[in-house]
Write a protein that binds this ligand. Structure first.
Ligand code: NAG
Ligand code: NAG
Ligand code: NAG
Length: 233
């Protein structure tokens, strides 16, 4: 640079036929105090390292996720206490007192389950009569928890009253009431520190509960029943 400069000064009268000399691009941060430039460079490196770490964590999470595909939960109704279940004489109002013990098994070896929402509903003849909102909870991997939703009160069966009343009449004769208990769950799965998206999953438990006013049926008792649980999807 210096020599060509001198050369140009020496031969100012001669035309220059070479390619145009590009003006030297000022270095980024030129004119900035050197100490500040050092800090800036350090920040750049820190930012790059952070980005790489985040990408690496994402890849690790993805691999863990692919390797450990979650199995669906399992649920069983272990016990049921029905102390009241009668239909008013006009056939639309159901008075009930039902407590069910449900075990939920998390079979996964890697994923804990975070229940963000857990509610239980009870239906008779397709008509919902009971609802319980259960507290949020966390379930460790490979573990079983027991929940005991209790449904008590009275409900108007509404539009479905006639078929439900007919069903009630039949099942009263048999000594057992077929009640549908459904768990509606919204869960996240947790692998080490990574939380999954929220899944909605339902457990469907159809139980046959002895009529509390029928001593024969009560003596026969309740048979523990598995529920059908949706896959995570
Ligand atoms: C049915 O009877 C119950 C009480 O026995 C009453 O509360 C309810 O309003 C009645 N329903 C109809 C539709 O008459
Ligand atoms: C419902 O039944 C339980 C026993 O399972 C009993 O302790 C409770 O007092 C009953 N509640 C009502 C409102 O009848
Ligand atoms: C009581 O239950 C038994 C067996 O479940 C049934 O055979 C019988 O008809 C029932 N009795 C009445 C009075 O409904």
């Amino acid at each position: 640079m210096a020599s060509s400069h001198e050369h140009k000064i020496d031969h100012l009268d001669q035309a220059y036929y070479g390619p145009p000399i590009p003006p030297a691009a000022p270095a980024f941060g030129a004119g900035v105090h050197p100490a500040l430039r050092g800090t800036y460079a350090l920040l750049c490196i820190a930012f790059r390292v952070l980005t790489l770490v985040l990408i690496a964590l994402g890849v690790v999470a993805l691999v863990l996720w692919l390797v450990y595909q979650p199995s669906s939960l399992r649920a069983y109704v272990d016990s049921a206490q029905l102390t009241r279940f009668d239909l008013a004489s006009n056939g639309t109002q159901l008075r009930y007192n039902l407590t069910v013990g449900v075990s939920i098994r998390n079979p996964n070896r890697k994923q804990a389950v975070l229940y963000r929402r857990l509610e239980a509903v009870a239906l008779y003849g397709g008509e919902q009569f009971g609802y319980v909102d259960l507290p949020r909870m966390r379930q460790a991997r490979k573990s079983t928890v027991q929940i005991r939703p209790g449904f008590r009160g009275q409900a108007d069966l509404g539009a479905g009253a006639a078929p439900a009343a007919a069903l009630f009449g039949r099942e009263k004769q048999e000594g057992f009431f077929g009640i549908d208990v459904k768990l509606r769950m919204r869960v996240r799965l947790k692998v080490i520190v990574v939380n999954s998206v929220e899944y909605r999953t339902n457990a469907d438990c159809y139980i046959k509960v002895p009529d509390p006013s029928n001593a024969t049926a009560v003596a026969l008792g309740f048979t523990p029943t598995p529920c059908h649980v949706d896959d995570f999807s």
